[in-house]
Design a binder for this molecule. Structure first.
Ligand code: S3P
Length: 434
């Protein structure tokens, strides 16, 4: 992915905007649909490279997938998939969520063997974090050098475990909870700072015996899942790029429609507000436990910003937007410090290195720390320059937003990476700038 695109300093962004469907929920909706016995309609399934990888992988494990007008009908094979429909090489492409969640299901299919592999970026991302708990449950799971894809999963009769997450990861949490539905007895996951809870909400909706007691999540073995239609809300992580642009470009006012306001996903909005951003909306109250995703509107207007400190406990609810916090920090007055975000080093790129190198190239005063970064601004726009997306969709979109808000424009090398989560990104920007 090397196509370059140039983003000139822009006039204000104005109008109504509907973000694309949520990526995390789309992956989970398709996977849960595949584990059901009855067909599950998924409305507003995200059309992107990552979520297409999920549909292709589910087809390969025997599920049926019918696509029509942005909706997908998933014809599942049941929680305990028939063995004749198993086996083979599954290509996850760039999709970390698919790489970490699907093994939870496969691990509970005795006699089945699958190998999951993907692109160059996925091959640098750790999978020992799922291999370890799944092995403890009784599956045989082998990774390259014990740590990286390809990942081979040999299914087995699983036993329930109690597992303390070594990192705050919704992907690992989800993997263990999914395997827990197939495991003998009950399975408990202990999580520190709470990460996105879409899997938990779907478990409740699917009538799986599941409960949260503080930081202890317990799921019990179940025979079947029952799910009716799943409607995927707009993606707050995709909307965050437009919200950041509307905050930074003077005179902007954008109303974001149909966006997921789940509190485990809206940490960025709370951080941005603390910096001075004007973002009105009915954000879900932190700590809420629910079955459904809360969907609503955000009204974003441009505003001057001040630096802030992002503490480790806030990191999981803003994990995919922390690079945007760096961008806001570069335009803010004062120092912005992000701590406890070492996980950024193992995302689609090393996002600490990518954002520090990228924003420095545009004129920012930014330094990496072991577990985050510190950026200092004086409230003036960044001049601009060239930024390399390093094949990372979120870095590509960050470069575009930086360009609109800059004084001289930004060239983004590898802009086509945006298609991993948001193929319509440039078109949506153009509409808001028209
Ligand atoms: C995701 C969880 C997060 C996030 C990723 C999507 C998910 O990853 O960064 O983009 O859908 O569960 P980790 O679980 O590795 O933190």
């Amino acid at each position: 992915m090397t196509a370059a695109a140039r983003f000139e300093p822009s006039g204000p962004l104005r109008g109504d905007y509907t973000p694309p469907a949520d990526k995390s929920i789309s992956h989970r909706a398709a996977l849960f649909g595949a584990m059901c016995d009855e067909p599950v309609p998924v409305r507003n399934y995200l059309d992107s490279a990552d979520t297409r990888s999920t549909l292709a992988a589910l087809l390969k494990v025997g599920a049926g997938v019918e696509e029509a007008d942005g909706d997908v009908l998933v014809r599942g094979v049941g929680l305990r998939a028939p063995l004749e429909a198993t086996g083979g090489l599954l290509d996850v492409g760039n999709a970390g969520t698919l790489m970490r969640l699907l093994p939870g299901w496969l691990a509970g299919q005795p006699g089945g063997v699958w190998t999951l592999d993907g692109d160059e970026s996925i091959r640098r991302r750790p999978v020992d974090r799922v291999a370890e708990p799944l092995s403890a449950m009784g599956a045989r799971v082998d990774a390259r050098e014990g740590r990286f894809p390809p990942l081979t999963v040999r299914g087995a009769e699983l036993s329930g475990i109690e597992y303390e997450l070594p990192v705050a990861s919704a992907q690992v949490k989800s993997c263990v909870l999914i395997a827990g539905m197939l495991a003998d007895g009950s399975t408990t996951v202990l999580e520190g700072a709470q990460s996105r809870d879409h899997t938990e909400r779907l478990l409740r909706r699917a009538r799986v015996p599941f409960e949260r007691d503080g930081s202890r999540l317990t799921v019990s073995q179940v025979d079947e899942l029952e799910l009716d239609e799943i409607v995927v809300p707009g993606d707050p992580s995709s909307a965050a790029f437009v919200a950041a642009a509307a905050t930074l470009v003077a005179g902007s006012r954008v109303v974001v429609k149909g966006v997921d306001l789940n509190w485990t996903r809206t940490g960025f909005l709370r951080i941005a507000e603390r910096m001075g951003a004007v973002i009105l909306g009915d954000l879900e109250e932190p700590g809420t436990e629910a079955d459904e995703e809360p969907v609503g509107e955000l009204d974003v207007a441009s505003a001057p910003l001040e630096g802030t400190v992002v503490e480790p406990a806030e990191v999981p609810t803003a994990i995919d937007e922390l690079t945007l916090v760096a961008l806001l920090g570069a335009f803010a007055d004062g120092e912005t410090l992000v701590r406890g975000a070492g996980e950024l080093r193992v995302k689609e790129s090393d996002r600490i290195a990518s954002v520090v190198e990228g924003l420095r190239g545009l004129g920012a005063d930014i330094e990496a720390t072991d577990d985050g970064f510190v950026v200092r601004g004086d409230g003036a726009p960044l001049p601009g320059g060239v930024i390399d997306a390093h094949g990372d969709h979120r870095m590509a979109m960050l470069g575009a937003v930086a360009g609109l808000a800059s004084s001289e424009g930004v060239e983004v090398v590898g802009m086509d990476a945006a298609a991993v989560s948001y193929p319509g990104f440039q078109r949506d920007l153009r509409t808001l700038l028209a």
